[in-house]
Design a protein around this ligand. Structure first.
Ligand code: FAD
Length: 494
């Protein structure tokens, strides 16, 4: 009998379970919460609905692949559409820029509003695309950590042909050299935050993230991000995956260098394949009791966390689109605060996601909007949570009032709040880090934990805290790597 147990039901777990079920495995998923999805959650408050975590959907091909493996079509179960304006940016000097997903139109807007040379913008995005195809794909689609791995050698070969500025310079240095206007530099620096990193430390290589938004483009799944979870969960059920909700895994059982199962719901469950979708730090610390190994993982700096207000707003703001960013006046000081001083910056960059722009009258009452209002904060837990909430609220409202020239507070009809402690409690992400460890050094991408254990045969890792990284697309790719490793190990046995 081919069997596997998955710990946690985040997006990577759902993908791994589907892949293994298609390969003929009997799969059991144990999840401590009462619903699947992990960081991808749903909140309904009054007449408003909110996606609680991720809001940006790129690379639908990762999900389409799961449906086609199962002999089904993504369009039938998870309809989605392209979004023409990727993001609307607001600057402290009153400038507003609509970033079109189309690279040529985007370059033309940057030429008109920021006096950039459109050819420079187009070349930058083309190079980002080339880098993604040459290095990004190799890196994200393979486990690089097996001895003498062919893919590791290929990545090193590809890196040797990459300009040093992408490897040894920071993203900020690269962008400052490329663009004329500081406001364009800030816009392209922001891509470092897509994996919770600091553009003033992270390598220029992260420029390839802009490719996903402007060459491939962003999408909106009908019903919002929660539809991704619902569609994958239903697909897993159709493939006979068994889910056990409200059932935390308490321990991984091992015997002489092999995993033999887990303890969940105070019962032993046996299998030779255990896949942890739990943060790798907590897996070592709580499920294996390997304190030394867990402590070693903390040598890598955590990615940033977030403070989020979910506001039902009794008003419509035509200047906003689906994705909006109100930039800080001093980006460098903001990142310095988050990563070096571990505190919230006084003038934080605010991201606002409003899905009622896509589904008016459904995600918010008519004439109203559902605002997901997020600022980046350090991954720190255990402080005075009420004081933290009040502090963030005051900073956000002051900035919004100033930049929108409106008194926001009386328009807030419903309010919920999520902080790093809440993110840690909900999904066991250490210190509420959104993307596991950060990419704040040239080598950090290579130093993430592998997708398998080198000490315990049969133990695998998937999700945002391990290779290749956080964010939905990379989590889905980690699931593909893990199922590949398991089926390869199975073939070796026979
Ligand atoms: P997680 O979502 O971390 O889920 C892990 C699951 O394991 C949880 O359900 C947890 O309850 C369960 N679990 C843990 N321990 C146990 C145990 N012992 N037993 C049983 N179950 C257990 N990504 C994007 O791509 N785009 C975005 O716009 C974006 N924005 C984000 C905004 C926010 C506010 C947050 C929080 C994240 C954002 N991300 C974004 C990141 C993205 O959400 C994550 O990278 C991704 O969802 C992580 O998925 P995962 O599979 O690693 O598991």
């Amino acid at each position: 009998e081919k069997t596997a147990i998955v710990i946690g039901a985040g997006v990577a777990s759902l993908a791994a379970a589907i892949r293994l079920a298609v390969e003929g495995y009997e799969v059991d998923v144990f999840e401590k919460n009462e619903v699947p999805g992990g960081k991808l959650g749903l909140l309904i408050r009054g007449g408003y609905r909110f996606d609680t975590g991720p809001s940006l959907f790129t690379e639908p091909a990762n999900i389409a692949a799961l449906f086609s493996l199962a002999g089904e079509s993504m369009e039938d179960h998870l309809p989605y559409e392209p979004v023409t304006v990727s993001c609307t940016y607001f600057y402290e000097d009153g400038g507003v820029l609509q970033a079109h997903r189309d690279p040529v139109l985007f370059a033309a807007t940057l030429a008109e509003q920021h006096q950039e040379n459109p050819a420079v913008v187009e070349t930058y995005l083309r190079q980002a695309g080339n880098m993604y195809d040459r290095i990004g794909k190799l890196f994200t689609e393979h486990s690089l950590h097996q001895r003498n791995s062919f893919s590791m050698r290929s990545v090193i070969r590809a890196l040797k042909t990459t300009r040093p500025a992408h490897l040894f310079g920071t993203l900020h240095q690269l962008n400052r050299k490329t663009f004329r206007n500081e406001k364009t530099v800030q816009l392209f620096n922001r891509y470092a935050t897509y994996n919770g990193s600091d553009p003033y430390s992270a390598p220029g290589m992260l420029k390839l993230i802009s490719h996903l938004e402007h060459n491939e483009g962003i999408y909106y799944p009908a019903g919002g991000m929660i539809s991704i979870v619902n569609a994958l969960y239903q697909l897993a059920l159709r493939k006979q995956v068994r889910f056990h909700f409200n059932t935390p895994v308490q321990r991984i059982i091992t015997h002489e260098g092999y995993v033999t199962g887990v303890v969940a719901g105070h019962r032993n469950h046996y299998t030779g394949n255990v896949i942890s979708n739990m943060d790798v730090f907590f897996t070592y610390k709580h499920l294996l009791g390997h304190d030394y190994k867990a402590a070693r993982l903390l040598r890598r700096q955590r990615s940033s966390s977030a403070a989020i207000f979910y506001w039902g707003i009794r008003h419509e703001f035509p200047q906003f689109g689906l994705h909006n960013v109100l930039f800080s006046g001093n980006y460098k000081a903001e990142f310095n605060c988050i990563f070096k001083q571990a505190r919230v910056y006084e003038d934080p960059t605010i991201y606002i996601n409003i899905t009622s722009k896509q589904e008016a009258g459904i995600h918010a009452p008519h004439g109203c909007e559902n605002w997901f209002v997020m600022i980046n904060v350090p991954s720190v837990t255990g402080g005075d949570r009420e004081a933290f909430r009040k502090h963030c609220r005051q900073l956000v409202i002051t900035k919004l009032n100033r930049m929108l020239q409106t008194d926001i507070e009386p328009l807030i009809e419903t309010e919920d709040f999520l902080d790093p402690d809440g993110i840690q409690d909900n999904t066991m992400s250490y210190k509420g880090a959104l993307y596991g460890s950060s990419s704040n050094s040239a080598m950090s991408a290579f130093l993430r934990h592998p997708n398998f254990s080198k000490e315990l045969a049969g133990l695998y890792f998937t999700g945002g805290s391990v290779h290749p990284g956080g964010g939905i697309p990379l989590c889905l790719k980690s699931a593909a790597i893990v199922s590949g490793l398991i089926t390869k190990a199975e073939h070796k046995k026979h």
